[in-house]
Design a protein around this ligand. Structure first.
Ligand SMILES: Cc1cc2nc3c(=O)[nH]c(=O)nc-3n(C[C@H](O)[C@H](O)[C@H](O)COP(=O)(O)OP(=O)(O)OC[C@H]3O[C@@H](n4cnc5c(N)ncnc54)[C@H](O)[C@@H]3O)c2cc1C
Length: 333
């Protein structure tokens, strides 16, 4: 049979398409999917090819069902074992290595969260490839964009690794839509409990407020708040806006608030619709964590404060006057 050039091209395109297969590692607590997984799926869809999602946990069938509804996911791989308790990287990594051996994915993605950052570099080392951390963009299947030097420079890198191990910055990709209906497959890969570490328990901070990295609005306080007590006025404003409360590192280091509120290079990366920086000077390390917010409002008594350079709206005022006045205004509304 003679095949025309156009057909050959179309066939090789089809082959290429089939050759690309991405695994997205779902993040969850056995009950609910962590929303950043949806952003990782969007990054995967920009790579192209087939997308499978891996859900492993102790009792995670509910999560697997949730994942099967994500648009763009064609298969959900499910693994349940008591050994996954605490998601210890020492247990998870050999399991992921075996999964990769079986399926031979071209790309493995996970959200760039504490969990993803704990597991993927370890997997990359085991597979003897360089991990690609915290991508903010996908140019093609092997070219990725990420920030370097605390967000002061943007790097575009081309990877020639046989399998690309990638963590994804959730705030840089839209959340994938729901409405899909992917098939599920139970994995029979054996899971070995780590002999070096054991999960004893965890204490998680509980809050009725929206979670900092997924909140639509964030009100952050800095050293200008003077002490932890004064954060009360930020909580009052946050309540009116259904916002999460964040902080600069100076505020955290001074003990005003807990360190899980820190926004910035060494804290959390946020990109809400609205970010209100109160008594924060705008050091580059803080900006690295919030400058992608859609609308930035800064309240600072120093008109020269660098935060005003990135702010869409700036108010040069004493925060102890401005913040209660804003809360009052929102109360009257
Ligand atoms: C390796 C490294 C990593 C870092 N990571 C982070 C990070 O992740 N996140 C982070 O935030 N920082 C980080 N930092 C620290 C960063 O460099 C700054 O020191 C810090 O962000 C400053 O916090 P701040 O703006 O609250 O304090 P300051 O710089 O002291 O600013 C306080 C501001 O409050 C204003 N102010 C004071 N009183 C009032 C008032 N009554 N009304 C209105 N305004 C008032 C002042 O004018 C001033 O602008 C890092 C530093 C290093 C070296």
């Amino acid at each position: 049979m003679i095949i025309g050039a156009r057909q050959t091209f179309a066939r090789s395109l089809g082959l290429l398409k089939r050759l690309k297969s991405t695994l997205v590692i779902a993040e969850h607590n056995n009950e609910k999917l962590t929303p950043c997984t949806l952003n990782a799926v969007t990054a995967a869809s920009k790579i192209g090819g087939d997308i499978s999602c891996l859900v492993y946990g102790t009792n995670c069938s509910k999560v697997a069902e949730e994942v099967s509804k994500i648009k763009g996911v064609s298969k959900v791989l499910v693994a349940e074992s008591e050994a996954f308790k605490g998601f210890l990287p020492e247990t998870v990594t050999p399991f992921l290595e075996a999964t990769q051996k079986q399926f031979k994915f071209t790309h493995i993605l996970a959200p760039a969260t504490a969990t993803g950052k704990n597991i993927l570099p370890r997997l990359a080392a085991k597979l003897d490839v360089s991990p690609i951390s915290e991508i903010t963009g996908v140019q093609d299947e092997s070219t990725f964009v990420r920030t370097i030097y605390a967000g002061n420079a943007i790097q575009t890198l081309k990877s020639s690794e046989s399998v690309k191990i990638i963590t994804v910055r959730g705030t840089s990709f839209e959340a994938a839509a729901l409405g899909g209906s992917a098939a599920s497959e139970k994995l029979s890969i054996p899971v070995e409990k780590s002999s070096t570490s054991e999960f004893l328990g965890q204490e998680l901070s509980k809050s009725d407020r929206p979670e900092l990295t997924s909140a639509k609005a964030v009100v952050s306080g800095g050293r200008g708040m003077k002490n932890g007590e004064n954060f009360k006025i930020l909580y009052e404003l946050a309540d009116k806006l259904n916002a999460a409360v964040g902080a600069s590192r100076a505020a955290v280091d001074a003990g005003f608030v807990a360190n899980d509120l820190q926004v910035g290079q060494t804290g959390k990366i946020v990109a809400p619709e609205l970010y209100i920086a109160v008594g924060i000077s705008g050091a580059i390390q803080h900006l690295a964590g919030m400058k992608d917010s859609k609308v930035i409002v800064a309240i600072n008594k120093d008109p020269e404060a660098p935060i005003f350079q990135v702010a869409d709206y700036g108010l040069v005022e004493d925060l102890f006057k401005a913040v209660p006045a804003m809360t009052l205004l929102l109360t009257k509304k």
